[in-house]
Design a protein around this ligand. Structure first.
Ligand code: NAD
Length: 352
């Protein structure tokens, strides 16, 4: 066995059906007295419910989170948190809301309690992103890693199939790239395989039977594992490409992960054969790339860049941006190879 480093920061996780009932006691456990509850405008009701549960420990609701954390939104939220004398942030929502919590915590150092309602996984990572003048800059700081995460399966029951499917594939991307990470380690790889298997079984049921608690629990469990893997080891070409496409072409985050993943995996198949064979086995497929593609089809998620807003004439520029700076990938990244990958993804051809 090869040597490795395992350096996993700890987050307290409460998982189950109805776990939001423990919100007040968990805020108290953090030693906080005035929690500001964050959400998107669409999830204001969820935030108000959380605020009610906190009673006197609620400093108020700030339901202005939007995708990719624009700096203006972060500044306003920081001002509001200060004005209300908040000593903790409760983020109820997906990656956008957790991201806003991180942007405030980065400055104040105050704790975040996350209540994730999608499968994006941000709640388990020290990674933050803030968008300024159209450019999203990401960084890592343990200050922004939520101290506590409450996974309440009930809160995911309202996640519509068209968000749930791609969001689940976003988690799948963290799990698969974690297997061939530069700093992969055996424990994280075990979590990755478990997550892939769980998502492959749960997601098709989630989109067909949105109220199925067993499938919803499986999907959320897979999402937790996905976030853990993303927070623990480095990612590679797939995440780099998605960052480029999301940032420079304004494509929707979870959908772009869904479309790119089979092609990034096919690109890396030979160079990371052993790791990707474990993924294939967990997917119950002949190859990881095909298994992922077929799962996307089965759950009705998009499989082609052309269907999620990518312009054909943007492929050259995307390949250029994604190959201009060196980064780790199992197979060396070259312009021609990435350009081909993007073209296949543009048309959504089943990977060979
Ligand atoms: P999102 O948070 O933008 O949510 C998408 C939409 O779904 C929003 O309108 C939201 O209100 C709604 N929604 C969420 N949960 C719902 C529910 N249970 N029922 C009904 N509606 C619900 O989407 P996302 O994919 O979770 O997050 C994407 C963002 O997160 C991106 O900016 C991405 O870069 C970031 N992200 C960051 C990390 C990290 O580690 N820092 C990891 C993954 C994603």
């Amino acid at each position: 066995m090869q040597g490795f480093v395992y350096d996993q920061p700890a987050t307290r996780v409460i998982f189950g059906v109805g776990t939001l009932d423990r919100l007040a006691e968990e805020v108290q456990r953090l030693g906080a007295k005035r929690a500001l509850v964050l959400a998107t405008p669409e999830q204001r009701k969820d935030a108000e419910d959380a605020s009610r549960r906190l009673g006197e420990m609620s400093a108020g609701v700030y339901a202005e989170a939007v995708m990719h954390v624009p700096i203006e939104t972060a500044r306003k939220a920081r001002e509001e948190a200060q004005r209300l004398g908040a000593d903790c942030y409760v983020a109820v929502g997906g990656g956008s809301t957790v991201g806003l919590g991180k942007a405030i915590a980065l400055e104040s150092g105050l704790p975040i309690l996350a209540v994730p309602t999608t499968y994006a996984g941000s709640e388990m990572t020290p990674i933050y992103g803030i968008t300024e003048a159209g450019v999203k800059k990401t960084g890592k700081d343990r200050k922004v890693l939520p101290k506590t995460v409450i996974y309440d399966v009930n809160l995911t029951l309202t996640l519509p199939a068209k968000i749930a499917g791609p969001s689940g594939m976003n988690a799948m991307a963290h799990l698969v790239e974690g297997l061939y990470a530069q700093d992969a380690n055996p424990i994280i790889s075990l979590l990755a395989v478990e997550g892939i298997r769980t998502l492959a079984v749960s997601l098709p049921v989630v989109v067909k039977e949105p109220q199925n608690l067993v499938a919803r629990s499986g999907a959320l469990y897979g999402a937790w594992l996905g976030g853990t893997v993303l927070g623990a080891v480095g990612m590679a070409l797939h995440h780099k490409l998605c960052h480029t496409l999301g940032g420079s072409f304004n494509l929707p985050h979870a959908e772009v992960h869904t479309v790119i993943l089979p092609y990034a995996v096919a690109f890396n198949q030979e160079a990371a054969a052993q790791e990707l064979n474990r993924a294939a086995e967990a997917l119950g497929a002949k190859s990881a790339a095909q298994g992922i593609y077929d799962l996307s089809m089965k759950i009705g998620a998009p499989v082609a860049l052309k269907d999620i807003g990518m312009p054909l004439e943007g492929l050259d520029r995307a390949a250029q941006i994604a190959t201009q700076n060196p980064y780790y990938n199992p197979r060396p990244v070259d312009y021609a190879g990435v350009r081909r990958l993007l073209e296949d993804a543009y048309y959504g051809k089943r990977p060979a």
